[in-house]
Design a protein around this ligand. Structure first.
Ligand code: HEM
Ligand code: NAG
Ligand code: NAG
Length: 518
């Protein structure tokens, strides 16, 4: 071989070797789902460019972890809860190999910058303490942990809590998201190889979008993730009916966050995690047994209507405030219309938002001993019930269903299996800059409060429980039958059971690189 051709070959090899990092496998399809009913993510070139509210400092989307702003769009996601065994070893890996794996917001916005598996990490207060980080993050609920908060959240004790969540033993959580379980398991193995014995596993939960046409729907069957706040400086255009809020309501240190925080925390967010088991066959039977009797509707439509009155949306996602008696799949799939309602109807002469529940239930007409109801979405976002929309109690929901589909046995027996591998529900994730104003406020002051927003409006029929009530304590509801708002039904089982959770802080990536140092 001539020297010149050898050098060409060597030259090519060198070029290939140099080029190798550039040609690492790129994704050809997104690791996220994007059902029509949900708001789209901003295009990468447009995110971060515009602030509709002020000319305040822009968000650093290369520093904010990817999970926070993207909503309920994960295809598959594993939550891996761990405790730190060797703080020194863990900290040095966190600052090097681990932070390099953590996925930014910008990376998730376009398919060709997405990693094979997105990696996010968040710490509990006890986790930060274990790492020697004693700064006050300015959130007292985070500082106390969720176990101490169980009764405030309405949990009937903690005997149903996953053992790992009982106490303050969970130091952190990895959130691994991809389009296949194999990718996620590979990434977990990689992380465990990097961290070795410096962490140990306390609990894991495998989330996945439901199969086929149920993609984006939670386990009771309702499309989820439709109504999310628009985040100033991130969301490109707020959709009709979306509330536009300063980024500081969700991102620590951003414009609109009034908390006092260490500077390294800027760009982080508090993550409230709850493992909420759903008793799906029991819910289905209850709804079936309580079909309404609106004359022009079939039995099936009357069944669906009863369920829709509990949630505030049809299974398709169409809001009952705009589609009171019939589902409207076209409305559901149109994200410019499916969130464009307030519960008020100025177009209807003499419509009184405080008395008329033809469209969406909210209160009982005559109170006896019972509590009554208000649809889940009206409890968690009252919209015009306050006159104008309030700005202080919003969350970004970023959860995902977990557990398998209902089996034939469960379906035919109308009972959830007691086999732990068949447990299913919602891996609930809420991001906010203040847990007290976000998730906890919603749960305590609205959902579990029978007197919000007018006295005796009742607890949330899906997730509400009056504080200190026993598990499965009967809850009577009225307002569910549009023909007779005084008609009462007794919810005799908790369709949603809290299995506990923890409060975390999802730090900016720069703080991971600096191993959370001041
Ligand atoms: C297993 C438990 C839960 C189920 C099955 C569930 C189901 C749903 C469904 C089907 C929707 C309508 C879809 C949408 O508007 O995006 C919704 C909306 C919502 N949920 Fe839940 N949810 C659960 C737990 C919670 C919890 C614990 C909270 C907070 C305390 C919460 C807060 C919200 C909020 C804020 C909305 C949007 C309301 C709006 O903006 O109109 N949910 N949920
Ligand atoms: C309640 O609102 C519906 C429309 O949603 C309207 O048809 C009805 O007349 C209203 N009822 C009263 C008493 O105003
Ligand atoms: C399940 O519930 C349905 C609806 O109430 C009922 O028709 C059926 O008989 C129930 N099956 C069993 C095994 O209880």
């Amino acid at each position: 071989m001539k020297l010149s051709s050898l050098s060409i070959i060597i030259g090519l090899a060198v070029q290939l070797a140099l080029a190798a990092p550039e040609i690492k496998p790129r994704r050809t399809r997104s690791l996220l789902i994007n059902p029509d009913a949900q708001p789209d993510l901003p295009r990468p070139q447009n995110a971060q460019r515009v602030s509709a509210l002020s000319a305040a400092t822009s968000l650093n989307l290369d520093d904010i972890q990817g999970d926070i702003l993207i909503g309920m769009k994960k295809n598959k996601e594993m939550f891996f809860f761990f405790s730190i065994q060797d703080a020194t070893a863990f900290k040095s890996k966190l600052a090097s190999d681990i932070q390099a794996l953590v996925t930014t917001t910008n990376q998730l916005l376009s398919v060709n910058t997405q990693p094979t598996t997105a990696v996010n990490i968040a710490f509990s207060n006890s986790g930060l303490k274990a790492l020697g980080v004693n700064d006050n993050l300015g959130d007292s609920d985070f500082a106390s942990g969720q176990f101490a908060d169980a009764s405030n959240l309405g949990d009937p004790g903690t005997s149903d809590w996953v053992s790992g969540f009982a106490g303050t033993g969970v130091h952190g959580v990895f959130l691994l998201a991809s389009d296949t379980v194999e990718n996620i398991n590979d990434e977990l193995a990689n992380i465990q190889r990097i961290l070795g014995d410096s962490i140990s596993e306390l609990h894991r939960l495998d989330g996945a979008a439901r199969p086929g046409d149920q993609e984006g729907h939670e386990h009771f069957g309702y499309m989820d993730g439709i109504s999310q706040p628009a985040v100033d400086g991130f969301t490109q255009n707020s959709l009709p009916g979306q509330v536009l809020l300063p980024a500081g309501k969700f991102i620590v240190g951003a414009d609109g966050d009034s908390g006092s925080r260490p500077s390294w925390a800027t760009g982080g967010s508090f993550l409230a995690f709850r493992q909420m088991q759903q008793k799906v066959p029991e819910f289905n039977k209850y709804v079936q047994d309580h079909a309404l009797n609106v004359p022009e509707l079939s039995v099936e439509e009357n069944t669906d209507l009863f369920g829709a009155r509990l949630i505030g949306r049809w299974k398709s996602g169409a809001p009952i405030d705009l589609a009171p008696l019939h589902d409207d799949p076209a409305l559901a799939a149109d994200n410019t219309r499916n969130n464009d309602f307030t519960f008020d109807h100025p177009e209807v002469p003499d419509f009184n938002i405080r008395t008329n529940q033809t469209n969406c239930p909210f209160r009982q007409i005559s109170r006896s001993h019972c509590t009554t109801q208000k649809a889940h979405i009206r409890k968690t976002r009252p919209r015009a019930d306050f006159g104008t929309e309030e700005q202080n109690h919003h969350i970004i929901r970023a959860g995902i269903p977990y557990g398998p589909e209902v089996t034939d046995d469960e379906h035919s027996s109308n009972k959830s299996s007691t086999d732990p591998s068949l447990e299913r529900g919602l891996a609930f994730v809420a991001y906010q800059s203040s847990i007290a104003n976000g998730f906890k406020f919603m749960q305590r002051i609205w959902v579990n409060n029978a007197n919000f927003f007018i006295s005796s409006t009742g607890v949330d029929p899906i997730i509400g429980r009056e504080q200190s009530s026993a598990a499965d304590a009967p809850r009577d509801i009225t307002g569910t039958d549009p023909l007779d708002a005084t008609r009462s039904f007794t919810l005799d089982i908790d369709f949603v059971v809290s299995r506990g959770g923890e409060y975390f802080f999802s730090p900016p990536i720069s703080a991971l690189a600096g191993a959370l140092a001041a």
